[in-house]
Design a protein around this ligand. Sequence first.
Ligand code: AP5
Length: 227
Amino acid sequence: MADASPRRAADGVRVIFLGPPGAGKGTQAAKLAAHLGVPNIGTGEMLRTAIARTTPLGREARPIMERGDLVPDGLLVALVRERIAEPDCGRGFVLDGFPRTLPQARGLEEMTGGDPGRWVVFDFEVPRPVLMLRLSGRRWCPSCQATFHLVNDPPQRPGVCDVCGTALVQREDDRESVVARRLQEYDERTFPLIEYYRTRARMVPVDGNRPMDVVFHELRGAVEVRV
Ligand code: AP5
């Protein structure tokens, strides 16, 4: 379905994407943020940028991410706190990959001044075998971080980024053994957030095992009810 013309968000729209690795959070968060005209804050993407620039954060995060573990809460809370203090977040933002633990969720409330009652939390559900196929077929641009899939979303020229022309690669953490660890981290540390937000925010379960444009249509509708 064709995307409608971009819609400006009402002041203060805040959207959180929850879901296991490969559920489609990054794909949809980028589209929704562009649609709403607010920044898309993807913590995985911010960490990969820090690694590429070999900043102190990147040096600390790299071995952790390569194992499939979560980066310590304190680092992530500080990273997001700094980002959402920037002027472009004044009218709202989309969070992809944060919070991922209960301490991060509490940190987010503290840094935004409390009550998440009007926030929209999308909870993506996708069967595990589908996740494995998505992650093994994902290809990623190390330059602009655009994401493709060999079968589901191939670039126009095989192996080349549509956006910037850089050669596509497989993410280090998309290797099978690392994916298993990432899923375990999700189950143990992120899954409890579903219960946490069920009573605190506007929780929207999303069947992520549908075509991308169908999923986007649903997300857009849910947020526009909200704004
Ligand atoms: P991060 O980059 O956030 O990875 P993730 O949450 O594991 O999610 P993915 O990027 O793997 O998947 P996705 O759900 O975004 O799916 P995508 O849209 O790409 O984090 C990486 C690491 O950074 C973490 O492991 C951790 O170490 C660290 N980190 C980040 N945030 C942290 C935090 N807050 N605290 C601590 N550590 C943190 O789609 C996947 C593939 O499927 C693509 O190829 C896509 O084209 C395809 N696809 C998407 N949607 C569909 C669809 N509907 N149908 C068919 N194919 C689809």
